[in-house]
Design a protein around this ligand. Structure first.
Ligand code: PMP
Length: 366
């Protein structure tokens, strides 16, 4: 007997999520210092000062459970985005919300639609709950929404869309999403994962919260891990119609968001300067990456996120290893079926320079 056989059949088929390598781990393994991490799409400007103060003020309250309903943070989110607090669900990172959405709407035998090369947590949670994954072949690395529509059947319970998508950086316009939603049967829930939306240019950003008024089956999730700089605290939020939010409230863990995350999120939510600084650095530096790739003939997937995915046109694992020896951690994405690509998070100008120099050296670029 093994416990593997005892696990639910969906879990038997799972492989653990491969996170970016932590800096401390590489320090231990190679005994080097001055490492930079461009592997997990974190905010390169560090933890926001506004959040630090809020956390300090919370320290004396940590003996008590957090506010299970996140009253104060929900009020702040509602105020900022012109919503009702009843529409908001808080999550321990937006990963928690993705799981919550799947658990709430799908079970064994149901079908969940998502794209090839879409965020890997969609297939993970689909398998874990024994639902059937309908993975739609990508078009130019992105979502083929026509094919999504063709895949809908009576077993379809849920559709995941990441916009921008990770790890490809692909982006769907508001018109594309709107016209897709208009064709999805209204009982099928569409989860629009906008973990990177703050990095898109204001003029092209999808006004997804306005689409909620038109489509009661839409759930939008946002993350505070990226542009807001709170990855280590784990906090995100979902917006939906209040009935759906009520269902999430039945399924979620009672205290799924901790007190420090609640306080920090409330503080940083209106720290527009911090978010804008990150978005502005990202716009400028993403352009530098594109110019670098063009100059040296490297193929890349155009990205609207805070990362860029480069195609080395040969197995990328040796490049990844060589970068580690140069003290630069990036993200292999063979687990996505992209063994020739590496995903690189956009860092500060000097971090990006180090990555460029390391690639020039490793690949002998001329
Ligand atoms: N959605 C997408 C598309 C992501 O890339 C990520 C982070 N890798 C998440 C959701 C989850 O982020 P978090 O749980 O930190 O909010």
């Amino acid at each position: 007997m093994t416990f593997l056989q005892q696990a639910n059949t969906g879990v038997q088929a799972l492989s653990p999520y491969q996170a970016g390598k932590p800096i401390e781990e590489l320090e231990r393994e190679l005994g080097i210092s001055n490492i930079i991490k461009l592997a997990s799409n974190e905010n390169p400007f560090g933890f926001p000062e506004s959040a630090k103060k809020a956390i300090q003020n919370q320290l004396d309250n940590l003996t008590r459970y957090p506010d299970s309903n996140g009253f104060s943070l929900k009020a702040a989110i509602a105020e900022k985005f012109n919503l009702q607090p009843e529409q908001i669900t808080l999550g321990n990172g937006s990963n928690d919300l993705i799981e919550l959405i799947a658990h709430t709407f799908a079970t064994e035998g149901d079908e969940i639609i998502f794209s090839q090369y879409a965020f890997i947590v969609y297939p993970l949670i689909t398998k874990a709950i024994n639902a059937k994954a309908r993975e739609i072949p990508a078009k130019n690395w992105g979502h083929d929404l026509e094919a999504f529509l063709a895949a809908i059947n009576e077993k379809t319970k849920l559709i995941f869309i990441a916009n921008p998508n990770n790890p490809t950086g692909n982006f769907l316009t508001e018109a594309e999403i709107d016209s897709f939603l208009a064709k999805v049967p209204p009982h099928i829930v569409v989860a629009l994962d906008e973990a990177y939306t703050e990095f898109t240019a204001k003029e092209e950003r999808v006004n997804s919260l306005a689409l909620l008024k038109k489509y009661p089956n839409l759930v939008v999730s946002r993350s505070l891990s990226k542009a807001y700089g709170l990855a280590g605290l784990r906090i995100g939020f979902a917006v939906s119609n209040p009935e759906i939010a009520g269902l999430f409230n039945r399924v979620r863990q009672p205290f799924n968001v901790n007190s420090l995350a609640l306080a920090a999120a409330e503080a940083v939510l209106n720290d527009d300067d911090f978010v804008e600084k990150a978005a502005e650095n990202n716009r400028r530096e993403l352009k530098r990456y594109e110019e670098f790739c063009k100059k040296y003939g490297l193929q890349y997937i155009p990205s609207k996120g805070n990362f860029i995915t480069i195609d080395f046109q040969q197995p990328a694992a040796p490049v990844y290893d060589a970068l580690l020896h140069e003290g630069v951690i990036v993200r292999p994405i063979a687990g996505y079926g992209m063994p020739n690509h590496l995903r690189i998070s956009i860092g500060l100008p000097e971090e990006n320079r180090r990555l460029f120099d390391a690639l020039i050296k490793i690949l002998n670029l001329k």
